[in-house]
Design a protein around this ligand. Structure first.
Ligand SMILES: [Zn+2]
Length: 283
């Protein structure tokens, strides 16, 4: 599977000691130097998922500010956010893996949130639809956190299926067992769950529903913060490299076309080999 990224994502949008840092892309682009560059998303791509004020706020920044307590942004964040979304669109079009930051799945229709400025995977899904490249799309999100933003964007849209596996009762607090809809599936998992629990949940709760939905494309919100060595606050999962390879393989089997967009994953030593394992599973 091809990699799509942009070297500026290892420099733009500094976060001043925050775990979602420029270093994440720096280690990835060193480990995978053979990526293909994509350009920024257009404003119209973003506006299919977000209110104009989300972009207006980012565009207006001329110094570092906290947009909300978890999300810092500054004068280069607008450019980084558009580049990340543009790489996600290109990955979705070419069945590739977008190595991008900032992540996207917590960004809601009306606000940047939870380290996320724009919802990259959602913007990519709507771009495919707008270009007539797909009608029915499934988003599978195996980041350890619930993708509240992606869920919100597509809650009333029965052409995009959203399925999430995540640790129960941590940030952002949504995605509980009763939060389900015709094209939304949430599978909260207990702290301490490892490969067996994650794969069993995928096979039992996610795969059958997506097969029934019969998407033309699966877009994966590929977060790696359920890894056993992740140190993020309150995160406590035991997924291994093999687990991510197997999750990716099972995503691959759900539709004729699959693409992935990086979400979380903050252990800089582990991140490159977890991406490598996922690439093996997707291929
Ligand atoms: Zn996460």
């Amino acid at each position: 599977m091809e990699l799509i990224s942009h070297p500026a994502l290892a420099e733009l949008h500094p976060t001043f000691g925050h775990p979602e840092s420029t270093e994440r892309l720096d280690v990835l682009l060193r480990a995978f130097p053979d990526f293909r560059e994509a350009g920024p998303a257009k404003v119209e791509d973003v506006l299919r998922c977000h209110s104009p004020r989300v972009l207006d706020l980012l565009r207006s920044l001329d110094r570092p500010v906290y947009i909300e307590p978890n999300t810092v942004a500054s004068e280069t964040s607008y450019e980084a956010a558009l580049l990340a979304a543009g790489c996600a669109i290109e990955a979705a079009r070419s069945e590739a893996f977008a190595l991008v930051r900032p992540p996207g799945h917590h960004a809601t229709p009306v606000a940047s949130f939870g380290f996320c400025l724009l919802n990259n995977v959602a913007i990519a899904a709507r771009a495919l639809q707008a270009a007539g490249e797909a009608v029915r799309i499934a988003i599978v999100d195996f980041d350890v956190h619930h993708g509240n933003g992606t869920q919100d964007i597509f809650w009333d849209d029965d052409t995009v299926f959203y399925a999430s596996l995540h640790q129960q009762r941590i940030f952002p607090g949504s995605g509980g067992p009763h939060e389900q809809a015709a094209t939304t599936v949430n599978v909260p998992l207990r702290a301490g769950s490892g490969d067996d629990e994650w794969l069993a949940a995928f096979v039992e709760w996610i795969a059958p529903k997506i097969r029934e939905f019969d998407p033309e494309v699966v877009l994966v919100s590929a977060g790696f913060d359920a890894h056993e060595d992740e140190d993020l606050y309150l995160v406590d999962m035991r997924v291994t490299e093999d687990g991510f390879r197997e999750l990716a393989k099972r995503c691959r089997a759900l539709a004729p076309r699959v693409a992935a967009v990086l979400e979380g994953g903050y252990n800089l030593d582990a991140l490159p080999r977890l991406v490598e394992a996922a690439l093996e599973g997707f291929s």
